[in-house]
Write a protein that binds this ligand. Structure first.
Ligand SMILES: Cc1cc2nc3c(=O)[nH]c(=O)nc-3n(C[C@H](O)[C@H](O)[C@H](O)COP(=O)(O)OP(=O)(O)OC[C@H]3O[C@@H](n4cnc5c(N)ncnc54)[C@H](O)[C@@H]3O)c2cc1C
Length: 386
């Protein structure tokens, strides 16, 4: 009702309008608000938090709605910042891959390589890799690539590994030691009462309008200083130059009432095509504190099945290709022409950001906004007296 009233009379005048209540929009809004700026957040979903949102399954198990989120950072500054909005319990994920009928550590450990291919393995590709397959064969034994990486990658992206960019290999880690933890960051954890509460605290005190799509309600807002938009950049421009490609994942949840634990850890990867279309299975009970999980009957398993979404709400991973890189550059150049507009975040910058990177980027952008405003005010006041 409130929104209809706004529409009938006059647009809402606001200095800073932040579109999107994910970590990027939430952090920018928080920092602008704390520096005394007038900010309103718009969110087209019916909840705050964007992609990190979580909810409860009827069994009492907390599920990360849009896929598992493991927070990690080496930065004390970021760790202190996120701890202002929630305490975190320690969670250092150790993953497995289901290969040859066994749950093997992922990333592959030094002792597995020693056992299967020996220590004197030779790369099967030398030179400058032109694609993902060549880049992988340069850094890992072919047997490891075929069992653990090729199938997973091809399911994830929906194309042959030879069609993918060599740069993707940077996300793979081939270990010489037997460290089972996925990440070795100084700080790792999950917010004590979940990400939904964490992000609600992040925007505490800032007006948030839920269920409002900015793109279909632009005339409701009169933005005085800056529009900060964290949705998909191509959609902002009505796909004028073409659509950027993404991969998304369908999530199939199954509740096993009479099973306490289904798999050995929170995340098991399924790289072999014969094991199905899903790339991983998540068991959320492993990701919560034992004092809570012990009281829960049964367990929930979520299978993630990659697909190519058309609906922008389902966009997850930017598709790594030259075409998309060039297309994004065109949108980026267009956005730069408008000094009252900032398009940012994982969807706005068409970039995979881990949570800590998204927050760090949002902090950097907020500082730029504030500094540019001070500089503009100073120029104005010196021109008055010159
Ligand atoms: C499957 C998956 C798993 C991940 N796991 C991890 C992990 O384990 N660890 C880690 O560090 N990072 C992880 N990430 C990355 C993490 O999700 C991002 O860093 C984070 O979501 C970035 O936040 P954002 O605000 O930029 O984007 P988002 O969270 O997507 O927020 C954008 C918001 O804008 C809203 N919006 C869009 N268009 C409009 C519009 N027109 N009007 C109003 N609102 C709009 C959207 O509804 C959304 O709420 C994962 C990402 C994915 C895809």
């Amino acid at each position: 009702m409130k929104l209809v009233i706004l529409k009938c009379y006059m647009p809402l005048k606001i200095d800073y309008l932040v579109v999107g209540s994910g970590l990027t929009g939430g952090t920018i809004a928080r920092l602008l608000h704390e520096s005394g700026r007038e900010v309103v957040i718009l969110e087209k979903r019916n909840h705050i938090g964007g992609n990190v949102y979580d909810h409860f399954h009827p069994s009492g198990i907390r599920i990360h709605t849009y896929g598992p989120h493991y927070f990690r950072t080496n930065s004390e500054k970021l760790w202190n910042f996120v701890n202002r909005f929630s305490s975190f319990y320690k969670y250092e994920p150790s993953l497995k891959s289901f290969v040859d009928g066994n749950f093997e550590n992922w990333p592959v450990t030094g002792s597995y390589i020693k056992k299967t291919v020996g220590i004197n393995w030779k790369p099967s590709f030398y030179g400058l890799p032109a694609n993902f397959e060549e880049a992988s064969l340069k850094i890992m034994p072919e047997e490891i690539y075929l069992k653990f990486v090729k199938g997973y990658t091809e399911k994830q992206w929906g194309v042959n590994a030879k069609e993918l960019s060599a740069e993707l290999v940077k996300r793979f880690d081939v270990r010489e030691d037997d460290e089972p933890r996925l990440m070795r960051h100084k700080y790792q954890g999950i917010p004590s009462n979940g990400y939904a509460e964490f992000t609600r605290n992040l925007v505490e005190g800032i007006p948030v309008l839920l269920n409002v799509n900015y793109l279909t309600n632009k005339d409701m807002f009169d933005v005085k200083k800056k529009l900060i938009y964290t949705g998909p950049v191509d959609e902002f421009y009505n796909f004028q130059y073409g659509k950027l490609e993404y991969r998304g994942q369908k999530r199939e949840h199954t509740y096993f009432e009479d099973i306490n634990y289904y798999q050995p850890c929170g995340q098991v990867n399924y790289p072999m095509p014969e094991h199905g279309k899903h790339i991983r299975a998540l068991e959320w009970k492993h990701m919560i504190l034992k004092e809570f999980s012990d009281k829960i009957k049964g367990t929930v398993i979520t299978k993630e099945i990659p697909f190519t979404p058309q609906n922008t709400d389902e966009y997850e991973y930017p598709f790594p290709s030259e075409r998309n890189k060039l297309l994004y550059k065109k949108y980026e150049a267009k956005a730069r022409e408008d000094t009252k507009l900032l398009i940012c975040g994982r969807l706005g910058e068409y970039k995979y950001y881990d949570m800590d990177q998204a927050i760090a980027r949002a902090m950097e952008l907020s500082n730029e906004i504030i500094e540019n405003e001070y500089a503009a005010e100073e120029n104005y006041s010196t021109s008055l007296y010159s």
